[in-house]
Design a protein around this ligand. Structure first.
Ligand code: SAM
Length: 327
C-alpha cells in the first residue's frame, strides 16, 4: 500500500526497555480483527459501552463544529485534533462524525500506527486530512515526529483515550506528556481523556482483608493486582491490569487526581469536567441523541436490554472521563 502524501516516511521501529517495552509489545501484538470477529468478543458489551462514552465526551466537549462560537457554512469541516495514544485508530469514525478538518495521530506502538493509517486510508472520500507517526509521547517532543509546518497551526483538541495513565510512571514522563499536550494546543483548546479511577482502585485495594497476600481484585472480566498495600507514591504507583480479550497483565500507573490537576496547571491546563463512567451513563442515557447512539453502537438492543452483564458493568466503572481547558 502506498503511503499517502499526508503521511511522513517512518523511521525503523524502536526497541523499548522495561515496563514501556511490555506495553509496546502488548499493543503491537494485539491483532486487528474484523467487525465480525469483534462482535464475538466476550466483552463486546463493555467495548461498545467504552466507545459510546468516548463518543459522548467527543460530541459534548470536543466537537469543533458544535463548540465553535462563530457560525460556519453548513457541512463545513473545522478543527484540528491531536489523538495522542491513538492506538489502531479506533476513534477515527468518531472524528469523522465530529466533522473535523485535520487529525494527527501518535502512538508508541508502530504496528498500531500502521493500522490506524490503513483505517484512515480505507475511509470513503471526502475525509479529513490525517498524519500518523510512532512516538513515545511521554519521553520525546511531538516536534520529533512531525515537521514544523504540521504543528504551525495549533490544535483545537487533544484526545487521550485510555492511555494517559502510562505517563505517570515518573514525574518526568508526566511532564513530557503535558508539555506535548499544552505546547501545541490553542488557548481555549480542550484536552479530553479517559483514565482509570484512582479513588475506586485504591478503595478496592484498601477493602482487601488484611490477611491476604495476593493484592488483587476483579471478576471474570477484569483483574487488578497491586504489589504493595501501604505505599501511595504520586508517580510510579504500579499495578497490573488484565482485561479479558483485551489487556494481558500490563503494568499501569495510578493517576492521583489532585496530583494530575496541580501538575496540569503548570502547563496552563485547568479541569472543567470529571465523571465516573457510570455517572456519564446516568447523565446522558435519556438524552435523545445519545440514547439512539446507544442502540446504533449496540450498547443496548432494540428492547432496551443492556449488552453488558453485571461483571462487565463493574469493569466499566474502573474509568473516569475528564476535560481540561487551556487558559
Ligand atoms: N486511544 C486508543 C483507544 O481508545 O482505542 C488506544 C487505547 S490503548 C488501551 C492504550 C494506548 O496507549 C496503546 O495504543 C499504547 O501503545 C499507547 N501508549 C502507551 N504508552 C505510550 C507512550 N509512551 N506514547 C504514546 N502512546 C502510548
Amino acid at each position: 500500500r502506498s503511503t499517502s502524501p499526508d503521511n511522513l516516511p517512518q523511521p525503523p521501529a524502536k526497541r523499548h526497555a522495561g515496563d514501556v517495552g511490555r506495553v509496546v509489545e502488548h499493543y503491537n501484538m494485539r491483532p486487528e480483527v474484523g467487525v465480525k470477529q469483534r462482535l464475538q468478543s466476550p466483552i463486546i458489551g463493555l467495548k461498545s459501552f467504552n466507545n459510546w462514552v468516548k463518543s459522548v465526551l467527543i460530541t459534548r466537549f470536543a466537537h469543533p463544529v458544535l463548540s465553535s462560537s462563530t457560525p460556519g457554512r453548513p457541512g463545513e469541516r473545522r478543527g484540528k485534533v491531536l489523538d495522542m495514544g491513538c492506538g489502531k485508530g479506533g476513534d477515527i469514525t468518531k472524528w469523522e462524525k465530529a466533522r473535523i478538518k485535520e487529525l494527527v495521530g501518535v502512538d508508541i506502538a508502530d504496528v498500531s500506527i500502521a493500522q490506524a493509517r490503513e483505517r484512515w486510508e480505507a475511509m470513503r472520500w471526502p475525509r479529513f486530512v490525517a498524519s500518523f507517526a510512532a512516538l513515545d509521547c511521554y519521553k520525546e517532543p511531538l516536534s520529533k515526529a512531525f515537521p514544523p509546518e504540521k504543528l504551525a497551526q495549533p490544535f483545537d483538541v487533544v484526545s487521550m483515550q485510555f492511555c494517559m495513565h502510562y505517563a505517570f510512571e515518573t514525574a518526568e514522563k508526566a511532564r513530557c506528556m503535558l508539555q506535548n499536550v499544552s505546547q501545541w494546543l490553542r488557548e481555549g483548546g480542550i484536552l479530553v481523556g479517559t483514565i482509570p479511577n484512582a479513588d475506586y482502585l485504591l478503595e478496592r485495594l484498601d477493602a482487601l482483608p488484611p490477611s491476604v497476600q495476593d493484592l488483587s481484585f476483579g471478576n471474570s472480566v477484569y483483574s487488578i493486582r497491586f504489589e504493595d498495600r501501604q505505599s501511595r507514591p504520586l508517580f510510579g504507583h504500579r499495578y497490573y491490569f488484565w482485561l479479558n480479550d483485551a489487556v494481558d497483565n500490563v503494568p499501569e500507573y495510578i493517576v492521583h487526581w489532585n496530583n494530575f490537576v496541580s501538575l496540569a496547571a503548570e502547563y496552563s491546563l485547568y479541569p472543567t469536567y470529571k465523571e465516573e463512567f457510570h455517572q456519564i451513563f446516568a447523565e446522558h442515557q435519556d438524552q435523545e441523541e445519545f440514547k439512539s447512539l446507544m442502540l446504533r453502537m449496540k450498547v443496548v438492543d432494540a428492547n432496551g436490554e443492556s449488552a453488558l452483564d453485571e461483571e462487565q458493568w463493574e469493569a466499566a466503572n474502573i474509568y473516569i472521563g475528564f476535560v481540561f481547558e487551556k487558559r
